[in-house]
Write a protein that binds this ligand. Structure first.
Ligand SMILES: Cc1cc2nc3c(=O)[nH]c(=O)nc-3n(C[C@H](O)[C@H](O)[C@H](O)COP(=O)(O)O)c2cc1C
Length: 180
């Protein structure tokens, strides 16, 4: 199955990116996960939406041809980072390519709440009319104190988190098969 991932961080050292890269390796026999370069998108502007940058067109095509979407979000000031909201805004306009796409959400933060507040906002956004993904119910992945759960190479090493992710990924695959 082809999965496109949107990671809400521009940082080269992003913990969320490290988790997604770990998932790329761990689930490679089941899923082909590609991280979309949403960090290169310009800020959404309605004045250019009918003649959008090439990257918007390219990423729309990748979303259209995928089987599902993985959202990985840090928490910035109790919400999702602008880079992720910006990408969702682009993909909701003119050609709303997210509608009906199976999706799932994970999030990692150094704090204790593991992006709970950001994910509440994200799920609300995913329910809006021109976004409207078919988001995997329940299966909440809140990874707290992420800096203590990665080794020096960026691999997730916290067994309970890994086991839980395994379950959620299996549920996501079943969800994709059910709703497609
Ligand atoms: C601008 C900013 C705001 C943040 N706000 C929160 C927050 O509200 N709650 C939280 O748990 N962590 C917050 N953090 C910490 C980030 O969630 C944490 O650094 C996380 O690892 C960032 O994700 P990344 O490593 O994938 O870039 C904030 C960090 C930044 C830079």
């Amino acid at each position: 199955m082809k999965i496109v991932a949107m990671v809400g961080s521009m940082s080269k050292e992003s913990n969320n990116k490290k988790v997604v890269k770990f998932m790329q390796k761990r689930y490679k026999d089941k899923l082909d996960i590609e991280i979309l370069s949403i960090d290169k998108l310009p800020m959404y502007n309605q004045d250019i939406e009918l003649n959008p940058p090439e990257l918007v067109v390219d990423l729309r095509e990748k979303i259209k041809s995928s089987d599902g979407i993985l959202f990985a979000t840090p928490e910035y000031n109790h919400s999702i980072p602008a880079v992720l909201k910006n990408a969702i805004d682009w993909f909701s306009r003119v050609e709303p390519v997210l509608i009906g796409k199976p999706s799932m959400v994970i999030g990692a933060t150094m704090g204790n709440l593991g992006t709970v507040r950001a994910q509440v906002h994200l799920r609300q956004i995913l329910n809006s009319g021109l976004v409207n993904t078919l988001n995997l119910p329940a299966n909440e992945v809140f990874i707290s104190t992420i800096h203590e759960k990665l080794d020096e190479k960026g691999n997730l090493i916290h067994e309970p988190t890994i086991e839980y992710l395994d379950q959620v990924i299996n549920n996501f695959i079943k969800w994709i098969e059910k709703v497609k």
